[in-house]
Design a binder for this molecule. Structure first.
Ligand SMILES: Cc1cc2nc3c(=O)[nH]c(=O)nc-3n(C[C@H](O)[C@H](O)[C@H](O)COP(=O)(O)OP(=O)(O)OC[C@H]3O[C@@H](n4cnc5c(N)ncnc54)[C@H](O)[C@@H]3O)c2cc1C
Ligand code: SF4
Length: 481
């Protein structure tokens, strides 16, 4: 513990962002990297708790108090080693994780929690800047071949772990570039794509093979896959979007969030889109349906494309600003989040149900909505949604983005041909050993868990890699977390 009184003397330093007027004109990251000196100071706020709840709150079991201590005393290289022992992509979680650990931090009981996420980012970025991160290919190869299908955070973490164990890993990706939602979902203003490329270059030097533009199950047959590989890891994500099948849904100008965001990321990367395929918010009254993080990314993207106005609506009531009684510390509470995209403008409204889309000349022109109330509860104490009488109103919209979640992975194609089983929600079912109903075929990440978080994708992938290694070798030294 670098400074036993650090938490008494030093206040939490909140994240800093580029000015709104500047950042809405480009797609560069809005968050500013904190100077190392500040990170060392912030790390010294850690109390090195006997029972570190931050560790309990982290799905990958990051060894937080230890690396906080090391950073506060300037031992960046040792902190890096500890961080890399539990996290394959700290430069990604350090930027994008909702930091469930911070909600569990003991200091958070009566003070502001330690800035764990930014400390993590500081350690990994120091590692890259100081040249401490070098390719480390395994010393021995096992002769086993593994196919990882899908290159999102789950696929990348699984490939890294299995390569470390000495297996020959090939990652297949149907998109033209590696990264999954990190590449074609999350906007550049949250994660510049050079950060993904830096990691992929390292993985390539360590011996992982990446094959893009191959839709496994279509371009590469399942029989060939099974013949050429000793084990298969399914990390294809959960991409079937939830739809809003109401009157007017067929009108032009209504898009799924991922179609909008994927194209926007391609455009930010300099790809030209044919005029008849373009989804562009420029000069439009944009309504984003869905109040979650995906919706927030659509708000920020719409601003950057030059929307005239952006309104985000959500059917659920506005979440509380402070921890509710139902989610006491150290649980992760559902709180009102004001993202950087919300700071950039637009309106947000809660408790609004969209009843129908209003059209003009085959295009969407507005939404007919009604206010809803959740104050009454059923016999199981679940809130009942009730339309407020006389509250019907319209919102003008010439572009609507549906960001109302994802139902499950795509069942057709690869999964159908493999014949894997599904659980009740439609995600790929596995045993505790992460193996699907098909021998030698494993699954992890959103494909197994449903749409979730990057840190959970990494956590699942690490556990799956341990099981795959054990399946192939009889035992495994890969960590189980
Ligand atoms: C817009 C958006 C923003 C988000 N923001 C955050 C955030 O800020 N923080 C956070 O923690 N989480 C965020 N999430 C959630 C997070 O991105 C996901 O939980 C995570 O990416 C899941 O990782 P994955 O590897 O399981 O799947 P994915 O990232 O979905 O990757 C799956 C990959 O598999 C490929 N694939 C599928 N089938 C095949 C096949 N047959 N052959 C070859 N390739 C195939 C797909 O093309 C895709 O590239 C966000 C999600 C969305 C949609
Ligand atoms: S709970 Fe907070 S104060 Fe305690 S060890 Fe973890 S980061 Fe440090």
């Amino acid at each position: 513990m670098g400074n036993p009184k650090g938490f008494l003397k030093i206040e939490r330093e909140y994240s800093k962002y580029r000015p709104v007027c500047e950042r809405v004109k480009d797609y560069r990251e809005v968050a500013m990297l904190r100077p190392e000196k500040s990170s060392a100071e912030q790390s010294s706020r850690c109390m090195d708790c006997g029972t570190p709840f931050c560790h309990w709150g982290c799905p990958i079991g990051n060894i937080i108090p230890e690396w906080n201590d090391l950073v506060s005393r300037g031992h960046w290289d040792l902190a890096l080693k500890l961080l890399q022992a539990t996290n394959n992509l700290p430069e990604i979680t350090g930027r994008l994780c909702p930091a469930t650990c911070e909600y569990a931090c003991v200091l958070g009981i009566n003070d502001d929690p330690v800035t764990i996420r930014e400390n993590e980012l500081a350690i990994i970025e120091h590692g890259f800047k100081a040249g401490l991160i070098k390719p480390q290919p395994p010393k021995k190869r096992t002769g086993k071949h593994i196919a990882v299908i899908g290159s999102g955070p789950a696929g990348l973490a699984a490939a890294d772990q299995l390569n470390k164990a000495g297996h020959a890993v090939t990652v297949f990706e149907r998109d033209d570039k590696i990264g999954g939602i990190l590449r074609y979902g999350i906007p550049d203003f949250k994660l510049e794509k050079r950060i993904i490329d830096r990691r992929i270059n390292l993985y390539k030097k360590e011996g992982i093979k990446f094959v893009t533009g191959v839709n496994v199950g279509v371009d590469l047959s399942v029989s060939k896959l099974k013949k050429e590989f000793d084990a298969v890891c399914l990390t294809g994500g959960s991409r079937v979007p939830r739809d809003l099948k109401i009157e007017g849904r067929d009108l032009k100008g209504i898009y799924f969030a991922m179609d909008f965001l994927t194209q926007a990321n391609r455009r930010a990367a300099g790809v030209k889109i044919a005029a008849d395929q373009l989804i562009d918010a420029k000069g439009k009254h944009v309504v984003v349906i869905g109040g979650g993080d995906t919706g927030a990314d659509c708000v920020g993207t719409s601003h950057r494309q030059g929307a005239t106005c952006v309104v985000q609506i959500e059917v659920l009531p506005q979440p509380p600003e402070c921890r509710p009684l139902e989610s006491p510390w150290p649980k992760y509470p559902l709180l009102l989040k004001t993202s950087t995209s919300h700071e950039e403008g637009g309106e947000r409204h809660w408790s609004i149900l969209t009843k129908k889309f209003i059209g003009r000349n085959d295009r969407v022109a507005g939404l007919s909505c009604v206010k809803v109330d959740f104050s009454q509860k059923d016999e199981k104490l679940c809130p009942i949604m009730r339309e407020v009488p006389g509250s019907v109103f319209e919102i003008e919209a010439d572009m609507v983005v549906l960001a109302v979640g994802f139902v499950h992975p795509e069942h057709g194609g690869l999964l159908e041909k493999l014949g894997v089983g599904f659980e009740a929600r439609g995600n790929v079912k596995t045993g505790q050993d992460y193996m699907t109903s098909v021998e030698g075929v494993f699954a992890a990440g959103d494909m197994r868990r449903g749409q979730s978080l990057i840190v959970w994708a990494i956590s699942e992938a690490r556990r799956m890699a341990h099981c795959v290694d054990k399946y192939l070798m009889g035992e495994s030294r890969l960590p189980t977390i």
